[in-house]
Design a protein around this ligand. Structure first.
Ligand code: GLP
Length: 261
């Protein structure tokens, strides 16, 4: 696992967007061989999306041959709901870039058969050739996508009950009322993420410090699902200085030393 420590959120987003752009451009995607990109929601990726939009507008990055798969979606919010992840992706990325809508995939939290929707999503990922790079964030309890503590580290796309903590944290998008946050969500599994050929996580701010320390310095455990990345052959966590608050000084020094530019 690589840990890239940048000074602040802005420089972390810049690093991630340049890295993704480099990976996509080097891949030389075509209609026959598209680049399959996994995407997150939340506040963490917003700065990255702003950078990707501007690189797209400058002609430095094209989404024409990119297929996207989002990590998760709330159950019971339709695409018109402003807090659905479908609406989030449309407003914060897709409507600003040259990606054909048919190439964007998001779990349907309104599906009549939710288990069938999840199985289908796994099939669609395989049909697309598997995920080349999964970009993600991390919850304050160390969750990746909506894989809450206790999720199986071999889990696949499925329905998950959200913890009280996650509903409280996410209530900031629901008028501050945890009761308005859906109680369940559809999410790709830890196993689904682990099958991506590369995983890049952004984790910034002091509120992520405890989970970052657990994921980087702790054991691999289902209680901090991001710790699964210790078993991934190609994983990068990009954080800011604030998020390193709970890491050992020696750990911070070590990663800064091996990642010095
Ligand atoms: C939600 C999402 C996660 C995301 C997390 C962190 O729970 N399901 O994919 O990583 O929030 O959100 P934020 O980036 O706003 O801290």
């Amino acid at each position: 696992m690589r840990l890239i420590i940048k000074e602040n959120y802005g420089s972390a987003c810049l690093w991630v967007s340049e890295y993704i752009t480099g990976r996509i451009n080097a891949f030389r995607a075509s209609a026959q061989r598209p680049f399959v990109l996994g995407l997150p929601t939340g506040s963490s990726p917003l700065g990255i999306y702003r950078e990707l939009i501007s690189l797209n507008k400058m002609g430095k990055l094209s989404f024409e041959h990119i297929i996207t798969f989002n990590m998760d979606e709330y159950v019971g919010l339709d695409a018109a709901h402003p807090q659905s992840y479908k609406a989030f992706m449309r407003e914060n990325l897709f409507k600003h870039i040259d990606i054909p809508e048919a190439q964007t995939n998001i779990l349907n939290g309104m599906a009549a058969d939710l288990a069938g929707e999840c199985d289908n999503y796994e099939k669609k990922i395989i049909e697309a050739g598997g995920i080349e790079l999964f970009l993600g964030g991390m919850g304050e309890d160390g969750h990746i996508a909506f894989n809450e503590p206790g999720s199986s580290l071999t889990s696949r796309t499925r329905i998950k009950t959200l913890t009280k903590e996650t509903r409280e944290v996410n209530s900031r998008f629901f008028e501050g009322d945890p009761a308005k946050v859906p109680a369940t969500a559809l999410t790709v599994g830890v196993g689904t993420i682990m099958e991506a050929r590369e995983v890049v996580i952004i984790a910034c701010g002091r509120r992520k410090a405890r989970a970052l320390a657990a994921a980087v310095e702790g054991c691999v455990t289902h209680l901090w699902t991001l710790s699964c990345l210790q078993m991934h052959p190609k994983a990068i966590i990009v954080c800011d200085e604030d998020a390193t608050d709970e890491l050992k000084v020696g750990t911070v020094r070590y990663f800064k030393d091996i990642e010095r530019e």
